[in-house]
Design a protein around this ligand. Sequence first.
Ligand SMILES: Nc1ncnc2c1ncn2[C@@H]1O[C@H](COP(=O)(O)OP(=O)(O)OP(=O)(O)O)[C@@H](O)[C@H]1O
Ligand SMILES: O=C(O)c1ccc[n+]([C@@H]2O[C@H](COP(=O)([O-])O)[C@@H](O)[C@H]2O)c1
Length: 190
Amino acid sequence: MKRIGILGGTFDPPHHGHLIMAEYARNDLDLDEVWFIPSHVPPHKQGAKVAGEDRLRMVQKAVESNPYFQASDVELTRKGTSYTVDTMKYLKDQFPENEFYFIIGGDMVEHLPQWHKIDELQNLVQFVGVKRSGYRWNPEIPVHFVEIPLIEISSSNIRERLFSGNSVRYLVPDSVYHFIKEHKLYGAES
Ligand SMILES: Nc1ncnc2c1ncn2[C@@H]1O[C@H](COP(=O)(O)OP(=O)(O)OP(=O)(O)O)[C@@H](O)[C@H]1O
Ligand SMILES: O=C(O)c1ccc[n+]([C@@H]2O[C@H](COP(=O)([O-])O)[C@@H](O)[C@H]2O)c1
C-alpha cells in the first residue's frame, strides 16, 4: 500500500507555488509519491491558454529534479471535461491498494461541496488543503490542513506578466522559464 498525493491543476503554467504545496503535503502526510495531473478541460474555469501537450511538458520539467514527484497524462489522454471523480475512479481501479490524497489550494476548500459527484469522490480520496489567500474552511467536507508559507504566486499573474513583457524568472523553475521563452508561450519574447 502506497500513500499517493495527487495535485490536479491547469498548470498554465506550473509555478513554485505548486511545487512547494506538493512538497509540504508530502512531508506532513508522509506521502510516498505525488502525481501532478494537468487537466484537459478544467471543470470550473475557462479553458487553458496553451495546449495540453505544452502544459504536460512544463509539468514534467518542473518535477524532474524531485524523485518523489511525477507527471501523469491520465486526464489529457481521456480528453473531455476533467472531472476529478472520473480520474480517481480510474486510478483506484488501476491501483486498488493505494491510498489517495487530493491536494488543493485553500481557496478551493469552500467550493468542494459543488464538485461533480462529491459524495462518490469523498469515498475515493482524502482531501488536503494548503494555505492560500482567500481560504475559508468548509466544515461540511473533511480536509487535512497543511500549513505552508503564504505564496502569492498564481498562473494567471504569471500569464499577465508575460503578456505585458515583465519577467517571471524565479516565479517558475528555470526549466519552465526557458521552455516558455523558447516556445514563445503567453506572448513571451524569446
Ligand atoms: N500559490 C499557491 N498557494 C496555494 N495553492 C496554490 C497556489 N497556486 C496554485 N495553488 C493550487 O494548486 C492547484 C492547481 O492550481 P492551478 O494550476 O489552477 O494554478 P493557479 O495558480 O491557481 O492558476 P490560475 O491563476 O490560472 O487560476 C489548485 O488547487 C490551486 O488552488
Ligand atoms: O471535479 C470537479 O468537479 C472539480 C471542480 C473544480 C476543480 N477540480 C479539480 O481541482 C484541481 C484544481 O483545479 P483548477 O481549476 O485550479 O485547475 C484540478 O485537478 C481540477 O480538475 C475538480
